[in-house]
Ligand binder design. Structure first.
Ligand SMILES: [Zn+2]
Length: 254
């Protein structure tokens, strides 16, 4: 079985130091491709070289809502220029979205809509961050409908939430969250959606699985996310793995 990790911050400090080891360990589990999202303008500048240095790494550009305080007024137009310049290397726009725990909701909404417009202009899917913000994302999608779909990263929510994203052409990113007892509602949702709605992700070094709390998450754990998903779904593991791989490859055209 082979896998694509559709969301992994391989360039973050927690993973950087032992990155060759992390990648070797992941490859031993059949994980051979990674999508590394952008989070700040400064970090996006470093991603094209990072991808060249690490075969199997694909990149996206975005300004993460979590770092709102760090983004300056001109960052989005600079990001757009950088994205046009590196269009050939990009597989998506993101990580972008709306985080209701972070302040400046109006500014986040505005910034997110600019990311959608950029993705539409470049013909790319979106990598969307959400936290307590399904209604705010829906509002942004109404104002600027995304044309190339994307991933709702670390999806958690009801079947109704899921269906509204699927209608817009999104996949649901399935990560370590499903390993926790408190994720019962999300597990029920993930059991009910069509198989081609799902893609796998670790969000490493964030989102450690149950049993690994307090440690940085690492890329090889994606096979454990997959094992949890196998418990939830009724398809045989082989069929599930194949579907996850082809959905991810098709979405990002990799
Ligand atoms: Zn992320």
């Amino acid at each position: 079985m082979r896998f694509i990790d559709t969301h992994c911050h391989l360039d973050f400090d927690e993973l950087k130091e032992s990155l060759p080891q992390h990648l070797t360990e992941a490859q031993a589990q059949g994980i051979g491709q990674w999508v590394v999202p952008g989070v700040t303008l400064e970090q996006c500048h470093t991603l094209p070289v990072f991808a060249q240095q690490h075969p199997g790494v694909h990149i996206a550009f975005g300004l993460h809502p979590y770092f709102m305080a760090q983004h300056s007024a001109t960052d989005m137009s600079d990001l757009a220029a950088l994205a046009h310049q590196h269009r050939a290397q990009l597989v998506a726009i993101g990580e972008c979205g709306i985080d209701a725990i972070v302040e400046e909701i109006d500014a986040q909404q505005h910034l997110f809509i600019e990311h959608i417009a950029l993705a539409n202009a470049l013909g790319l899917p979106l990598i969307v961050h959400h936290r307590k913000s399904h209604h705010l994302l829906a509002n942004a999608f109404k104002q600027c409908p995304p044309q190339y779909g994307g991933v709702i990263h670390a999806f958690s929510g009801s079947l109704q939430d899921a269906q509204s994203y699927l209608k817009l052409g999104f996949k649901l990113g399935v990560g370590g969250t499903i390993s926790y007892p408190r994720a019962a509602k999300t597990r029920t949702t993930l059991a009910q959606v069509p198989l081609d709605a799902l893609v796998l992700e670790t969000d490493a070094p964030s989102m450690p699985l149950a049993g690994y709390q307090g440690q940085p998450n690492v890329p090889k754990r994606m096979v454990e996310v997959f094992a949890h998903l196998c418990d939830i779904r009724k398809e045989p593991a082989q069929q599930l793995a194949h579907a996850l791989y082809s959905s991810s490859a098709a979405l990002f055209r990799i």
